[in-house]
Design a protein around this ligand. Structure first.
Ligand code: NDP
Length: 241
């Protein structure tokens, strides 16, 4: 039986590349998304990967959504916490709503999704949890106090759960992408990208979603069974940690 992988935010951007790569690697994949029905329908049509709509910011919705995925495909063996948003503003202009939305999605979302699958993984003595953090969680980024805090938190929960899951055969790792050419980054002003962001990246280009997806496939595999609590930086040399 194929292992079951659930990818949050799995119908667009980095998550879509992860879903496709896991399917190609032989997993039975479910892709969650938040609200873009059109993109999700197009993704399912193109890839054959089923999509499931709920917000990772809502714990009860996560429990219900995961139960549906498990009824359709079987117990979740691999969870990729990829869903994420930005609500950028300099701190003096950041609203409590901007702070809360990003923390609820990018940090609490990891709790909300991992908690409902954790006991099952423990019982079955196998699990892979892969959290998509960010270079901006490692180094901090002006204009992203909310995002940097949430993404740093994702590294913290990764390390704590790695210790809790180790004896139960569950590995928990984080990947910290640098700037990757998805809608999230295309939303940045072109001039800012060309003049301020690309010059910070030693390889001189944005990353491709597939370059993150390949890290996920490796961490999900049996070959990565001794790797837990780690953070893989995939950022074109922008930051070393
Ligand atoms: P995109 O904006 O391209 O896609 C985001 C995906 O997340 C979409 O599928 C979206 O669903 C989903 N999503 C957003 N909010 C929720 C929610 N509350 N519940 C469920 N799904 C949700 O983002 P990227 O592909 O660029 O980013 C993916 C991850 O990688 C994020 O965690 C991001 O922070 C991280 N990252 C990205 C970098 C980059 O340069 N792009 C760099 C470093 C980290 P829908 O389609 O319905 O809107």
């Amino acid at each position: 039986m194929a292992r079951v992988a659930l990818v949050t935010g799995g119908s667009r951007g980095i998550g879509a590349a992860i879903s496709v790569a896991l399917k190609a690697a032989g997993y039975s994949v479910a892709a969650n998304y938040a609200g873009n029905d059109e993109a999700a329908a197009a993704f399912t049509k193109e890839t054959g990967i089923p999509t499931y709509k709920w917000s990772v910011a809502d714990y009860e919705a996560c429990k219900e959504g995961i139960a549906k995925v498990e009824a359709d495909l079987g117990p979740v063996d691999v969870l990729v916490n990829n869903a994420g948003i930005t609500r950028d503003a300099m701190f003096h202009k950041m609203t409590p709503a901007q702070w809360k939305e990003v923390i609820d999605t990018n940090l609490s979302g990891v709790f909300n999704m991992t908690h409902p699958v954790w006991s099952g993984m423990r019982d079955r003595k196998f699990g892979r949890v892969i959290n998509i953090s960010s270079v901006n969680g490692q180094k901090g980024q002006a204009g992203q106090a909310n995002y940097s805090a949430a993404k740093a938190g994702d590294i913290g929960i990764t390390r704590a759960l790695a210790q809790e899951g180790a004896r139960a055969g569950i590995t928990v790792n984080a990947i910290c992408p640098g700037y990757i050419g998805t809608d999230m980054v295309k939303a940045i002003d072109e001039k800012v990208l060309a003049e301020r962001i690309i010059p910070q990246i030693p390889v001189g280009r944005l990353g491709e979603p597939e370059e993150i997806a390949r890290c996920v496939v490796f961490l999900a595999s049996d070959n990565a069974g001794f790797i837990t609590g780690s953070t893989i930086s995939a950022n074109g040399g922008q930051f070393f940690s």
